[in-house]
Design a protein around this ligand. Sequence first.
Ligand SMILES: [Zn+2]
Length: 120
Amino acid sequence: MKQKDLDYFKELLTQRLNDLLAQADNTVSGMTAPKENFPDPTDRASLEADRNFMLRIRDREHKLIKKIKKALDRIENGTFGICETCGEEISLKRLKARPVTTQCIECKTKEEAQERALGL
Ligand SMILES: [Zn+2]
């Protein structure tokens, strides 16, 4: 991959990582905000639902943050944009749509077909 493309993805991923980290901070402070001690059980239930919802979002954010960090590692060690299954270059179009991807479209499609066949 060309250096200018690597720079582009590095900037894109760094930006996305910063956004996610800022968002994660907001979610955490939202969760610890003092809105406890609802006397009404309906309020308590919806508070509980909010909390589960936020935990699920945080879990997703957490996984994405990990993927982005790995993608940035791959930019550093020169393996970014190379399919980890077949070793071919992943198309720029695919990377632009999904910069954290580690597989080319052919391998990804094959893997998904296999997973479906196995009922995973
Ligand atoms: Zn591949």
